[in-house]
Design a protein around this ligand. Structure first.
Ligand SMILES: O=C(O)[C@@H](O)[C@H](O)[C@H](O)C(=O)CO
Length: 496
């Protein structure tokens, strides 16, 4: 470590040679008289610091061998110190004028590869993006999520800014949890306030429900939407009394919820937060008219949003390409994108992983100004690494996923055909990575991530996770290249 201290202070990192550990060269940073760097050791990544002032004193670590400097854990406390001395390692809001991409990292190890993929492009990364569902399934916390993203930004010397999205939040306590930690994006999941029963209600039931609303409210809706046609350039909108009644009954409570959370939190914060509305995780596809209604009501109520995630026609399932009539998708996308432009926010594409057949349309109709959310596909790239570098582990994980698939379908909507997946015994080790190119196998491994990562043996040890993370640690170069290739394909087709 003495040599490392010397080369860090001299700035001649190229002279550093060690059999014990390697330095991430882009991580070298100075604040006052202290220099830090992230190093890869046999025991994991550490933060090395050498110096003698505030930053050095604030970092918690052990004296390094050789007496020069100290070796610190990539801990939550040290991350907060790093944030204080290096502001670019703290998340920020981006607003509506730049394209953004949610790069959800369920493992806490994907962000370096994401940064290398997105660096220099006309789009900014939301590296710290996880839903409460993902935290529950992986056993992680939002502190873990932020820590991992911040250390990745330090490791990669990334200075263009990154976001932190408390994703698919439904409960007040989860919203407050994310905001308390400094999350810079809030995705409000309104699915529990959307009344999906309306789609199948009889005319009598619809009339009774609608008449039960206050007359003043009904008159307000009717005067706004049944009078003059909505004038949104590029959007085809046609309200009828029948469609208006349904949309009001489907979304009225959700709109109230959006307004409540905005007024209670977003409007009162002393900092910028990108506020996203999610109405995508629901059975009811969002018609362009319904999208316009929600957006227009929010405007009338003074609610300003960063992005809106409608439930598009067709299927945006996890980890696989778009399923549906692409011509209809294009027609409706044109209106959805025009509505977003009209009201001054970005269209957000959830379950954005792998929707290659519609990415060019999304880039075209949003004019390159969108928010795209991915998460599962990044987990699957890690699984691909295991399939190529540790076939025995992959086979055990694959079998476990087959055995526990039904349990996982409680969390995610998929139409996976397990019978279409090639039997493990028919696949050679060299062919294992090909599973990640087959939709049914992709969804099998996608939705079982929580069960796989938290599986335990009878003695309480982790069945797969320790070996899984060690494999990814040993072959992080393969993981980075896989993410650059796969997420790079997303960006290229989106026109970025
Ligand atoms: O799995 C989750 O809960 C999230 O990744 C969620 O699916 C996210 O909002 C998303 O759409 C990622 O593609």
């Amino acid at each position: 470590m003495k040599q490392l201290a010397e080369v860090l202070q001299s700035g001649n990192i190229s002279e550093f040679v060690s059999s014990e550990y390697t330095v991430y060269p882009k991580s070298i940073a100075k604040a006052g008289g202290t220099t830090i760097a992230i190093v890869k050791t046999a025991e994991g990544k550490k933060l090395f610091a050498v110096g003698d002032d505030d930053l050095y004193d604030a970092l918690v670590g052990e004296p390094a061998q050789g007496g020069e400097g100290k070796l610190c854990a990539l801990s939550h406390a040290n991350r907060l110190t790093i944030n204080n001395f290096f502001p670019n390692t703290a998340p920020r809001a981006f607003g509506t004028k730049v394209a953004t991409m949610g790069l959800g990292d369920r493992l806490g190890i994907a962000s370096p590869g994401h940064i290398e993929t997105i660096r220099g492009k006309d789009i900014r990364p939301v590296l710290a993006q996880q839903s409460i569902r993902e935290l529950a399934l992986t056993g992680r916390t939002y502190e873990d999520v932020l820590d991992a993203a911040a250390y990745a930004v330090l490791q990669e010397g990334y200075t263009d800014g990154y976001g932190a999205d408390g994703d698919h939040l439904k409960k007040i306590e989860d919203i407050e949890y994310a905001l308390r930690l400094g999350f810079t994006m809030l995705t409000l999941d309104c699915s529990e306030k959307i009344d999906n029963s309306i789609a199948g209600a009889s005319d009598e039931e619809l009339a009774a429900k609608y008449e039960a609303l206050p007359a003043s409210l009904r008159e307000q809706y009717e005067s706004r939407y049944l009078g003059e046609a909505a004038a949104v350039p590029g959007a085809t909108l046609a309200f009828t009394k029948e469609s208006l009644v349904k949309d009001v009954l489907i979304y009225h409570e959700a709109i109230n919820f959006m307004e409540e959370i905005y007024n209670r939190y977003i409007a009162t914060l002393d900092r910028e937060v990108d506020f996203e509305i999610s109405i995508d995780e629901t059975e009811t596809p969002t018609s362009p008219e319904a999208h316009y209604l929600v957006a227009n009501e929010l405007r009338h109520r003074g609610v300003s949003i960063f992005s809106m995630a409608p439930r598009f026609c067709g299927e945006f399932q996890k980890g696989i390409d778009y399923i549906g009539d692409i011509a209809q998708f294009e027609r409706e996308l044109a209106s959805h994108a025009a509505i977003a432009v009209h009201f001054g926010y970005k269209l957000s594409i959830h379950s954005g992983s792998d929707k290659f057949s519609v990415f060019p349309l999304i880039g075209q109709y949003t004019k390159g100004l969108f928010h795209l959310k991915t998460a599962g596909t990044n987990w699957l790239e890690a699984v691909r690494v295991v399939a190529s570098e540790n076939p025995s582990l992959y086979r055990r994980m694959h079998q476990y996923a087959l055995d526990h698939f039904e349990e996982a379908t409680a969390y995610y909507h998929v139409t996976t055909d397990l019978s279409a997946i090639a039997p493990l015994e028919s696949v050679t080790d060299e062919q294992l990575p090909d599973y990640m190119n087959e939709n049914n196998a992709r969804q099998l491994l996608h939705i079982t991530y929580g069960l796989l990562l938290q599986a335990k043996n009878e003695d309480g040890s982790l069945t797969f996770a320790d070996e899984f993370f060690q494999t990814l640690y040993d072959r992080e170069d393969v993981f980075v290249e896989g993410l650059k290739r796969h997420i790079g394909k997303h960006l290229e087709l989106l026109g970025k």
